[in-house]
Design a protein around this ligand. Structure first.
Ligand code: ADP
Ligand code: MG
Length: 848
């Protein structure tokens, strides 16, 4: 494993063992970012992963222990997706090698509150020459140069000198240049955009003599004395350190952290932050956060930038180099952003922003610098998204006008009345289909809100004229379910289609049948194909594809959507998602789509009652299930894993299936569904469950998306703490789909996890929006969107994808710009056009 990941694992492990007190690193986990980011770059860790780590650790401090556990666990999962070796247990020395965090695992008996001495960032910083222990070094890809990736950082007007290699700097030879290249700096221009990781604000420090009891402050001082005092009969100890800053002295007490005594010596300059307390009439600080500082900072009294480093580059040296480069070159950069926009959006110039982001004169100017650089990121993003929208709207889409009587007659043949929200979405689609431009719409509606019927009616409008429609779903179970629903709706008594005109195409469809479908689609006798990825295979050709539905769109990548769209000529596109999208994301990642929201549940739905049960209370869950089945209902039991793999304690579907069917529910009919079954076997089980041949479906998460069996009223989730919020909500959405009261029972792996934040949130609310908000806050946009779209969001360095104010500001400006000059042809926009092209290139904006 890469040394930087190994290091993360060590700290995470330590946090886990101590129950997440944020002490694995002195001053908190976020402190490690100073050097970790640089090291990770040297290791060639993917930028997305680095950004995910940075984002999580930065907010780590603010989370509750539960939230922290979740955050680290999620992060590690993310890392192991990219680096599978990180997810595996080391083969040798298993007991000594730290493992990834497993919050649900019981903490070791002898709780070790002492951090091993090798985890201090201070020590690592102070011993830059320590040889690396890692022997095997794989060749690493050089990190992408900073300025290349930043929107607006480079144009033809950029002074040529900014492209110069770093060896032009005094004191930088080929060796140093190599070290800096490892951090992503190859040219002077790259240095301008190598932003500080954070700042130490020494301009706001309080002198010791003006401290008051109760103050929460940062104080700088030099160490006057260090003493260790045993307490509780010698079993514990207190380290007392006295610091002085010339105005007074302050006593610091550290409870049971004896290693501190060896790490600090008289004369060391340190910064401590914490609450001022009193002891025997004197002011003291108890176990404050602290870190060493360079002595000259004591005297600078300014806001000092802290850069991400590697072991070979020291803070002081880099800061000196930066100072040279910034003071000379920041004033010389040419700003691509037109003055008009700067004025309207109240933004400082690029030169000012670059100077202040590195060496801020005040917090206010630093804020303005951040705002400007963040604006640029979002602004270019918005321009890309809006250009995409403009391009879509600039081609012709076939018109499908449809008389109101026709729609009404379709509606009256449904077994239910549409909700107002469904009607509104249908009207949106109708208008799009008659607009002369291709539809590009997202339907967003919580699980069970009835999106399918709206999509089917839209497809019916198009197919009615003889054109073709394609519906793509992420799983074969879901595709098959849609196939049945669509067929029912569109062919039933005097319906508008023949059964042979609608076909199901999934991976397991027999080759001869596939061939028939292929032919039918190519010559036009098949009007509608419903399927999985199989519908985008290259040999599937359509005679006249005009309408595309993509269900559970977050399960698909950009490429797959593009693929399907390219099978028709400017076809109308409808994508659907049950994942509620916060406004900030709706404006950015989905900013090129028109959005319809189904924010209403069909009449008669009752909120699902959700309970968190302790593992010992499992029998209660079983008796509820028995009762419901007696009333003619059905139940799901979902497990996180397929079979009991070594040491993993989650109860597993395959293993428990036999116990459940033989011992617990011997008189009931149970079906088993899991991901390792053949698609045809899965479909068969699913169909039997729907036809009530099974009372209980024991399953892994294959049932997660879309599955619709309205007669089922109980969803029991085992190992519930192992699931993400979005996933839990999706699973819960499998019940409560009819009029009957439904139940969701969550049983975590261990009793400890019953207080788990996510599980509690689930029992508190049925609203997918509320849960999504919480998810976005605790886990960041990465988990929220598909991985592809997350890439889009992680290009942001300065701006936050959740900053709605900034996003709206940038969007407004981008809109105005496109109104004034849709193709950026005016002279005053020449530089902007150039930078835009450089950033987006061709077609990168296709994120629908
Ligand atoms: P989702 O939005 O999660 O895809 P579905 O489209 O699968 O939801 O619909 C969930 C269930 O609600 C289905 O059984 C569907 O037939 C039913 N349904 C949809 N619209 C209505 C309505 N207006 N009134 C009653 N039931 C409805
Ligand atoms: Mg659905």
């Amino acid at each position: 494993m890469q040394p930087s990941l190994e290091k993360l694992r060590k700290f995470f492990r330590l946090e886990h063992e101590n129950k997440y007190p944020n002490t694995a690193i002195i001053g908190g986990l976020a402190q490690m970012l100073d050097y970790w980011e640089g090291e990770a770059r040297v290791d060639g860790i993917a930028e997305e992963v680095i950004q995910a780590v940075v984002a999580r650790l930065r907010s780590y401090e603010k989370l509750s222990p539960d939230g922290r556990a979740e955050s680290l666990k999620g992060l590690w999962k993310r890392i192991s997706e990219t680096y599978p070796e990180a997810g595996q247990k080391p083969k040798t020395q298993a007991s000594q090698t730290p493992r990834p965090p497993r919050p649900e695992q019981e903490a070791p008996q002898n709780q070790n509150t002492e951090a091993p001495p090798d985890v201090s960032p201070a020590q690592q910083r102070q011993q830059p020459n320590q040889p690396k222990q890692q022997v095997q070094q794989k060749p690493r890809p050089a990190p992408q140069p900073r300025s290349e990736a930043v929107p607006g950082a480079k144009t033809s007007q950029t002074p040529a000198a900014l492209n110069a290699s770093l060896t032009v700097l005094q004191g930088v030879g080929p060796k140093h240049a190599g070290d800096l290249a490892n951090l992503g700096m190859q040219t002077l221009g790259d240095m301008l955009y190598y932003f500080p990781r954070r700042y130490e604000d020494y301009s706001q420090l309080k002198p010791i003599k003006s401290l008051f009891y109760g103050d929460v402050v940062t104080v700088l001082g030099t160490v006057q004395s260090v003493h260790t005092r045993p307490i509780k009969g010698g079993s514990k100890s207190i380290v007392e350190i006295v610091i002085s800053d010339g105005t007074g002295s302050l006593r610091l007490s550290f409870f049971n952290q004896p290693w501190l005594a060896n790490k600090t010596k008289n004369g060391d300059a340190i910064a401590v932050s914490g609450k001022v307390d009193q002891y025997l009439g004197r002011l003291v600080m108890n176990s404050p956060d602290w870190e060493p500082v360079e002595v000259e900072n004591l005297h600078t009294a300014r806001i000092v930038p802290i850069y991400a480093l590697t072991e070979k580059v020291t803070q002081k040296w880099l800061r000196g180099m930066m100072n040279q480069v910034i003071s000379h070159w920041a004033p010389a950069v040419v700003d691509a952003l037109p003055d008009k926009i700067k004025l309207a959006a109240r933004l400082v110039s690029l030169s000012e922003a670059l100077q202040q982001i590195h060496f801020p004169n005040s917090q206010a100017r630093l804020k303005a610098a951040r705002e400007r650089l963040g604006f640029d990121e979002i602004f270019y993003l918005q321009m890309g998204v809006l250009r995409q929208k403009r391009d879509w709207k600039s081609v012709e889409g076939r018109r499908f006008p449809v008389p109101t009587e026709w729609v009404d007659s379709r509606l009256s043949s449904l077994p239910f009345t549409l909700t107002d929200a469904q009607k509104k979405s249908l009207e949106d689609i109708r208008a799009d289909l008659d607009s002369g431009q291709p539809m590009n719409r997202l339907i967003q509606g919580d699980v069970g809100s009835g999106k399918t019927v709206v999509a089917a009616l839209g497809a019916a409008i198009v197919v009615n004229t003889g054109a073709q429609a394609a519906i793509m779903a992420p799983t074969s179970i879901l595709a098959e379910q849609h196939y049945r629903n669509f067929t029912n709706m569109l062919t039933r008594d005097g319906g508008m289609m023949q059964e042979s005109e609608i076909r199901l195409l999934v991976g397991s469809t027999p080759e001869t049948e596939k061939e028939a479908i292929r032919q039918g689609l190519a010559e036009g006798s098949v009007k509608m194909v419903i399927g999985t990825h199989a519908v985008i295979e290259p040999d599937i050709l359509f005679k006249d594809l005009q309408f595309i539905v993509i269900d559970e769109q977050h399960r698909f990548g950009v490429e797959q959507r593009k693929e399907l769209r390219s099978k028709g000529t400017n076809p109308h596109l409808l994508v659907m998602t049950a994942t509620p999208i916060p406004r900030s994301l709706a404006l950015t990642v989905f900013g090129d789509l028109d959005i319809s929201v189904i924010d209403q549940m069909p009449e008669g739905r009752q909120p699902i009652n959700t309970y968190v049960l302790r593992p010992q209370e499992r029998e209660r869950a079983f008796s509820l299930i028995r009762g419901q089945i007696k009333e003619g209902r059905q139940a799901f039991i979902v497990y996180p894993l397929i079979d009991e793999s070594e040491k993993i304690e989650a109860r597993a579907a395959v293993d428990d299936f036999s116990t459940l069917s033989k011992e617990i529910f011997p008189d009931l009919k149970l079906g088993l569904l899991h991901g390792r079954m053949k698609p045809s076997e899965k479909d068969e089980v699913m169909m039997k469950f729907r036809d009530r041949q099974y009372d209980i479906l024991v399953s892994t998460t294959v049932v997660e998306v879309g599955v619709d069996v309205p007669n089922s009223t109980v969803m029991l989730i085992e190992g519930a703490d192992r699931f993400g919020l979005a996933q839990l909500h999706q699973l819960r959405g499998r019940v409560g789909r009819g009029g009957a009261q439904s139940y969701c029972l969550l049983i975590p792996t261990h009793e400890d996890a019953t207080e788990n934040e996510r599980l509690q949130a689930m029992s508190r609310t049925n609203s997918g929006f509320e849960l999504a908000d919480l998810d976005l806050k605790t886990r960041g946009p990465g988990e929220f969107l598909g991985t592809r779209q997350a890439g889009f969001a992680t290009t942001l360095k300065m701006a936050s994808i959740t900053d709605v104010t900034l996003i709206e500001k940038a969007r407004t400006q981008a809109q105005l710009l496109f109104e004034r000059d849709p193709y950026l042809q005016q002279t005053e926009h020449a530089l902007l056009a150039e930078a835009f092209e450089r950033f987006w290139g061709e077609g990168k904006g296709d994120v629908s």
